[in-house]
Design a protein around this ligand. Structure first.
Ligand SMILES: C[C@H](O)CC(=O)SCCNC(=O)CCNC(=O)[C@H](O)C(C)(C)COP(=O)(O)OP(=O)(O)OC[C@H]1O[C@@H](n2cnc3c(N)ncnc32)[C@H](O)[C@@H]1OP(=O)(O)O
Length: 707
């Protein structure tokens, strides 16, 4: 039998193979409109007494089911609609689970969210050993919880501690991990997936499963007192991470608590919490990030222009940034990269950091030794440009000095091929100025990575006036291969991310000089939702780096960028932050946990801390500076859209994801309200708070950035 999205074939051995293949879609997702089709399938199974079992699989070449359709969730108008959706799903999955035939899910490719919940309602799960196969319940990353029975079925299968870990982090399990945890029963090559799945059917219906637990986990999960310890610890960890800004994790814990009772009550509670979360502003914001990044995956950054292939690359400079860029080029993009440095030490340092990272993965059995060696063979070093003619893209990561960068441009043009792209990883110098000495300025582009390169998801691709569309498209495509989310921004001091970060950091510095204490400043912004506070960030980035960038921004963009003069005193006192172990915090303490403030810094700055403001006042003063500058960037066309501005701030700075980025947050506040706040601060603290024209115009007409 066949419906639009399901094909049921009965093989000679009387085993029914259900293949899900939603027409016209790249990936299968679960939608309420499939309810009738699933019912027809279940009725068909019921009608065939001759059947011995069922295998459920996907017709998509490299994916199983990517979860419930997020668009469908986003279009729900009331919590009641969502509740019904969840309960309808529960009913169908309960029926699948309780019908007389054993069912095996045969999984190859992503099996996420509702996809895994469907698989959990089956008796067994056989998965392919392909790196494309991942299993997980990532709903928490969308600000929701598994609403298809996952909060009840997973704990029954693998225990509560493992379930909480999976659901609270949203992590995706590779095949080996999935089998080890007991989420999947067997891992086999994709070519024999269906055959092996069929073999599991011989075991019949599964019945109740006792999670395979060991040691302390077993002891704790056996008693209600023990389970309470696990819940308490989970809540503590969650709260320390979320600062109460995300409602989903607490509700996940609540549902898992209910999983030790009867299934139906647990499912009802799950549907209730799920429906409230889908309607929450936090989930709306987090969903917007999913939609934006999915959209961005398809964009070239330069319209219809075809990118050129990048088969060979060179990185200039084997320092922290250069080493990181070489790493993602080899590890993620799997493209050969030559690290050119002036000294052997630079090259070997860069190569050994990638070796260490890969070797750790070998030791944890995440990759094979042969994979490590294959990746390492993509990394080579050189002190000169010999053989550089065939390089398609050079990425320079040398010292921030215009003269030096000019020399690099000239060297590359003299030694590489006529089509070689010169990408500069400058964080502050205008690309147009770097390209000024180029014979082929159309092949010069900015490619600004964030530190640590291996971890930070964003890159800014900066075109200057003469950059060609093909250079942009090629660079954007290559950055994506490196696993990055690129935003294309215009050439201006600070580009987008550092430009909106600078006034925020300066405001924190102003507050410090007004007497607010260092920990209080950091805690205020961490409680607001940033991953680290501004003073910690300054220590991490380097006080000297901040001091170098500030005058460039001030000269190009105006006095609102002036860094507090007292900061010169810090440099005079030899304070650069973590890199030289001397900054706002003490780096010499071996105590675990938060680093203590280096109290002597107050003396250097000539201040005595005397906190006056509340956490929210501190956060507001810093954040509105960032918002005002972000609106200016959009107005000036530095970023192409509010969406790019939101993704840039979230992925580059860690702007609180639950607020959806600065533009969505401005829409939430309302332009009128934001302008009023800025004007109040302007009257108190001066013109650096003057609202930009765009915001004033939007306030006058009550406009929003997003429809
Ligand atoms: C009731 C339940 O508990 C609730 C849920 O299940 S909520 C959903 C939980 N699932 C998720 O969060 C997974 C979301 N998807 C992803 O993370 C990624 O798409 C992926 C890892 C599965 C694949 O990534 P990748 O290979 O890069 O492909 P990607 O471009 O993202 O997606 C391919 C297509 O599938 C779509 N898609 C993937 N997952 C989707 C989902 N859950 N809902 C709607 N569309 C989805 C994308 O929009 C894209 O559509 P397009 O081809 O028309 O642009």
């Amino acid at each position: 039998m066949k419906t639009d999205s399901f094909l049921v074939e009965v093989h000679e051995d009387n085993i029914a193979i259900i293949t899900m293949d939603v027409p016209g879609e790249t990936m299968n997702t679960l939608r309420s409109e499939f309810g009738d089709e699933v019912r027809q399938v279940l009725d068909f199974l019921k009608s065939r007494n001759d059947l011995k079992g069922v295998v459920f699989t996907s017709g998509k070449p490299d994916s199983f089911i990517a979860g419930a359709d997020i668009n469908m969730l986003a279009s729900c108008e009331t919590a009641e609609d969502v509740y019904k959706l969840s309960r309808d799903g529960h009913k169908l999955l309960n029926e699948l689970a309780s019908q007389r035939l054993p069912v095996v899910a045969a999984i190859h490719g992503p099996c996420l969210g509702g996809g895994l919940e469907l698989a959990l309602a089956c008796d067994y799960r056989v998965i392919s050993n392909s790196p494309k196969t991942v299993l997980g319940l990532p709903e928490v990353q969308l600000g929701i919880l598994p609403g298809g029975g996952g909060t009840q079925r997973l704990p029954k299968l693998v225990g509560i501690a493992k379930s909480l870990d999976l659901m609270l982090t949203g992590k995706q399990l590779r095949p080996k991990q999935a089998v080890k945890l007991g989420v999947a029963d067997e891992m086999v090559p994709n070519t024999v997936l269906i055959e092996v799945a069929k073999k599991h059917l011989a075991k019949g219906k599964r019945g109740k499963v006792a999670p395979k637990l060991k040691g302390a986990e077993k002891l704790l999960e056996a008693t209600s007192a023990g389970r309470n310890i696990i819940y308490k610890q989970a809540l503590k960890t969650v709260m320390s991470k979320t600062k109460g800004n995300y409602p989903a994790p607490e509700k996940i814990i609540d549902c898992v608590k209910a999983s030790s009772g009867d299934l139906e009550s647990g499912l009802k509670l799950e549907a209730k919490h799920f429906s409230e979360l889908v309607m929450s502003s936090e989930s709306e914001a987090l969903r917007s990030i999913f939609f934006a990044t999915t959209e961005m995956k398809k964009e070239t950054g330069a319209g219809d222009v075809e990118p050129k292939p990048v088969k060979r690359t060179m990185v200039l400079g084997g320092g922290l940034m250069g080493g990181g860029i070489a790493n993602v080029t080899a590890v993620k993009a799997k493209v050969p990269v030559r690290i050119k440095d002036i000294a052997h030490e630079g090259i070997s340092k860069a190569m050994s950091s990638t070796w260490k990272q890969l070797d750790k993965k070998v030791k944890r059995r995440h990759i094979l030794e042969s994979e490590r060696d294959k990746t390492m063979s993509l990394l080579t070093g050189t002190l000169d440009y010999q053989g550089a003619q065939s390089i398609d893209m050079v990425i320079e990561a040398v010292f921030e000095d215009l003269k030096l960068k000019h020399q690099m441009v000239k060297d590359v043009e003299a030694n590489c091929g006529p089509d070689t792209i010169f990408a500069t990883n400058t964080s502050s110098l205008p690309i147009g100025q770097i390209a000024a000495v180029a014979e082929r300025p159309e092949q010069v582009i900015g490619l600004h990575y964030f530190s640590p390169v291996e971890k930070m998801p964003l890159v800014e691709v900066i075109s200057h006036e003469k950059t060609s569309a093909q250079t942009i498209a090629t660079t954007v495509k290559f950055a994506k291969k490196q696993g990055k989310t690129p935003i294309v921004v215009k050439d201006c001091a600070g580009f987008y991310v550092n430009r909106i970060l600078a006034p925020y950091m300066n405001e924190a510095a102003n507050l410090l000089l007004e007497g607010e204490a260092i920990e209080k400043l950091d805690n205020s912004l961490v409680n607001f939702g940033f991953p680290v506070g501004p003073i910690t960030l300054l220590d991490e980035v380097g006080i000297d780096v901040g001091a170098k960038i500030s005058p460039i921004l001030e000269a190009e963009l105006g006095s609102r960028f002036a860094a507090p003069a007292a900061f010169d005193k810090l440099l005079a006192d030899g304070r650069m932050g973590r890199k030289n172990g001397k900054g706002f915090y003490r780096f010499d303490s071996d105590k675990k946990g938060a680093k203590p403030v280096d109290e002597s810094v107050y003396k250097v700055l000539g201040i005595t801390p005397s906190p006056r403001l509340s956490d929210s006042e501190i956060a507001e003063r810093c954040v509105v500076q960032m918002l005002n500058e972000a609106a200016r960037c959009l107005d000036e066309g530095i970023i192409a859209s509010a969406r790019d501005g939101d993704i840039g701030a979230i992925f580059g700075i860690g702007f609180p994801p639950f607020l959806g980025g600065p533009f969505r947050y401005m829409d939430k506040l309302g332009a009128k309200q934001l302008v009023a706040i800025l004007e109040r601060y302007q009257s108190l603290h001066g013109d650096r708070f003057e609202p930009c024209e765009r915001l004033k115009a939007m306030a006058a007409e009550d406009l929003r950035f997003y429809e």
